[in-house]
Design a protein around this ligand. Structure first.
Ligand SMILES: [Fe+2]
Ligand SMILES: [Fe+2]
Length: 266
């Protein structure tokens, strides 16, 4: 089936990919919109230049932006937070919530002017829609920001991991499915079987550059390993099905040369 990437894509019931991909950029962003009855939540909403396209996708998903009650930010980078002023002005509600970890709020506050800040600890690491549908948050400190966390949607068993499981994606598709052979493959830039760019190589390189250390990445993988997810939806790269997620998780758990570890012992 061919997917029209100019449209929002429903990746699971009530969850829309509202990002876009342009070929020249290896690092495109994946904001996600969770729609539950007459409420919606935007996850890692995107940069300022991405805003017009993301907002158009939200409208194409049939969601009035005023129905967005909360914005989840897994950390404070500009590629996820840059559009906060635009989002605030279009929603124009004093009740709009920015949901994040308090370690992130001290930086996110520099983007936001009118939203209410909600700390994860205050809500006991769980957000509930009026319907009872709930999102649970798990901390992944220093992967890659001090206050980073992942968001788990119980209803669809989708795990939103932000930069974790992201990729530079030289060759991109919205969904990535690896073959069992990839589990043990010695990664190289070009796959010896398909002669295409190796998606694992792009994922590993991304983590080696973005994550601060092997220890931080291993800790995050240990937390995520315990969760009963069925798909992983990262903020860069592709959405991974269960089998592919588990394979990538196992490989990331023992990835070396991550961040400062590239410098060896000193
Ligand atoms: Fe980031
Ligand atoms: Fe990012």
């Amino acid at each position: 089936m061919t997917i029209d990437f100019n449209q929002p894509v429903e990746i699971a019931p009530g969850i829309f990919w509202v990002g876009f991909h342009e070929g020249s950029s290896g690092l495109h962003c994946n904001p996600y919109l969770i729609v539950d009855q007459d409420e919606a939540i935007l996850i890692d909403g995107g940069s300022r230049p991405d805003f017009p396209t993301v907002m158009m996708k939200i409208l194409k998903a049939g969601v009035n932006p005023k129905k967005i009650i909360g914005l989840i930010y897994s950390h404070y980078d500009p590629d996820i937070c840059g559009s906060i002023p635009n989002i605030e002005s279009i929603i124009d509600s004093p009740d709009l919530k920015i949901i994040s970890n308090e370690e992130n709020h001290m930086f996110i506050t520099h983007y936001a002017a009118s939203s209410k800040f909600v700390n994860l600890r205050e809500i006991n690491f769980e957000f509930s829609f009026k319907s009872g549908r709930s999102l649970r948050f798990y901390l992944t400190p220093y992967a890659h920001a001090q206050g980073s966390f992942v968001t788990f949607d119980h209803t669809t068993k989708t795990l939103f991991t932000s930069d974790l499981f992201g990729s530079y994606s030289r060759k991109w598709d919205l969904f990535l499915k690896l073959t069992p052979r990839c589990a043990t493959c010695v990664q190289s830039k070009i796959c010896s079987k398909t002669h295409e760019p190796c998606p694992l190589f792009d994922i590993f390189t991304f983590h080696q550059n973005i994550m601060p250390s092997c220890k931080a990445l291993r800790y995050a993988m240990k937390q995520i390993d315990q969760l009963a997810f069925e798909r992983i939806a990262p903020q860069h790269g592709s959405i991974l099905d269960l089998e592919t997620s588990r394979m990538v998780l196992n490989r990331l758990h023992c990835l070396d040369q991550v961040g400062i570890d590239k410098f060896g012992d000193f």
